[in-house]
Ligand binder design. Structure first.
Ligand SMILES: Cc1ncc(COP(=O)(O)O)c(C=O)c1O
Length: 433
């Protein structure tokens, strides 16, 4: 919403659910960074969580070949695409998925909005969580319950906390969103932890929306879905945006168990009256993304190696500067807490994570999002860092020259991610000053 719309008397005609909502937090910091850049400032863009890597050539070629596809497609998606996606998840999770279980949408974000629109129940999300779940629920008018993940658990939601949330009102309809590898923390769950969460979810018949958009980026390649342990109540959410560097292509998918096909159908009705169908050329091109193929496997392996190298580098530097931060398992985020430096920062007039974010940007040029955007208390001093300000194409090409069995050397950072090195140095220096 632009500031002028607040002054416009027609503003009072806005639906109460959207009145006062700001544009998506990640987009706002991006705009602010751009503006400072236009003023000639050097900005390190660790705010927006966009993959630094190019879309794999093989997918770009497929898209070119399919530019002529002009027809509206079926609302649930293109059949051959749904088929290869079902096969992909069946291979990965060992759950017998079929074409019919897959729903395609223009980004998983849109499908998440529609599921909340058609399902009458509470939205339960861990603190911290990705920036858009809660505003989506507010726009629709659903109750949002934040349940606390603990910093000492690497911000993972524990089965016990979920149990304590559900027990007092055991039959209440709920959607619980679980996201791993996680945005904003970069951490994932062990199979044991997923098993324990699945037991509780089954006990209270909650619908688990398992946001696995970063699944393929998990550094060790060992991502597993909670659907393996609670197939009947889990919807897997995925898409091309993160692992294939194709956020702007807008291709997302939900995978439903047969028991939840009624929900799939309701979303398809809402979809048919809103976006109609997902872009045809993109859907044709996406078929290749889900077919097993060596070229793509190499791309996935090398992007993971680069992300791991960069993530662990930033993590180590921040730990040395006495920031509390969990080591990342995948994705491209870290959530360092500055609480250890609270007294000093309070002394500089920094009392909230919002102030921490804007002062860091103004004084060092490093853009990162405040923890409060992710549901953490305002006065809890932490930032989400997206370690993506480097040339992904170059880094990927260089990583491909180094044998997969060899770790990427230390000089990789200074050579191929110098802006990350400099941004990290500036954060640490700023703290020490
Ligand atoms: C945790 C998480 N879930 C979902 C999305 C949405 O992805 P898309 O709508 O591009 O599929 C994002 C994108 O930033 C994300 O970080």
């Amino acid at each position: 919403m632009s500031p002028s719309s607040h002054n416009d008397p027609h503003h009072i005609h806005l639906n109460l659910n959207v009145r006062g909502l700001k544009p998506s937090a990640t987009l706002a910091i991006n705009e602010k960074s751009k503006q400072l850049q236009d003023e000639g400032r050097e900005i390190f863009r660790l705010g927006l969580g966009q993959s630094p890597f190019p879309v794999p050539d093989i997918l770009v070629e497929e898209l070119k070949k399919n530019a002529h596809q002009k027809d509206y497609l079926a609302v649930k998606g293109l059949a051959p695409l749904r088929e290869v996606i079902a096969a992909h998840y069946q291979r990965r999770e060992g759950v017998a998925y079929r074409l019919d279980d897959v729903l395609i949408g223009p980004g998983s974000k849109e499908l998440m909005f529609l599921i909340q629109l058609v399902y009458y129940g509470d939205l339960v999300i861990p603190t911290p969580s990705w920036v858009s779940y809660a505003p989506q629920a507010s726009i629709i008018g659903r109750n949002v319950h934040w349940i606390k993940a603990r910093e000492e658990d690497g911000w993972r939601l524990s089965a016990q906390v979920l149990e304590e949330h559900c027990r007092p009102d055991p039959t209440r309809p709920r959607i619980v969103i679980l996201n791993y590898p996680n945005n904003p923390t970069g951490t994932s769950y062990s199979d044991q932890e997923l098993k324990a969460l699945a037991l509780v979810a089954r006990r209270y018949k909650v619908i688990l929306l398992s946001d696995e958009i970063y699944g393929e980026t998990r550094f060790d390649g060992q991502h597993v879905s909670i659907a393996k342990h609670y197939p009947e109540g889990t919807i897997i959410s995925g898409g091309l945006s993160k692992w294939a560097g194709a956020g702007g292509w807008r291709l997302g998918c939900f995978i439903f168990p047969e028991q939840l096909h009624w929900l799939r159908d309701a979303i398809a009705v809402a979809a048919s009256e809103t976006f109609t169908s997902t872009s045809a050329p993109i859907q044709y091109a996406a078929i290749k993304a889900y077919e097993p193929g060596n070229e793509l496997q190499q791309y996935i392996t090398d992007t993971r190696r680069v992300l791991e190298r960069v993530g662990l580098y930033v993590h180590a530097q921040l730990v040395e500067a006495k920031l509390k931060v969990s080591a990342p398992d995948g994705g491209f985020y870290l959530l360092p807490s500055f609480e250890h430096h609270k007294q000093k920062l309070n002394g500089r007039g920094i009392l909230t994570s919002d102030q921490l974010s804007s002062r860091l940007l103004a004084e060092t040029g490093v853009a990162a999002l405040p923890g409060s955007d992710f549901g953490l208390p305002e006065e809890f001093l932490c930032l989400r860092i997206a370690y993506v300000d480097f040339d992904g194409t170059k880094a990927l090409n260089e990583a491909a020259k180094i044998a997969t069995s060899d770790p990427l050397p230390d000089v990789f950072m200074t050579r191929h991610a110098p802006r990350i090195v400099e941004a990290t140095r500036r954060i640490v220096q700023w703290l020490e000053d």
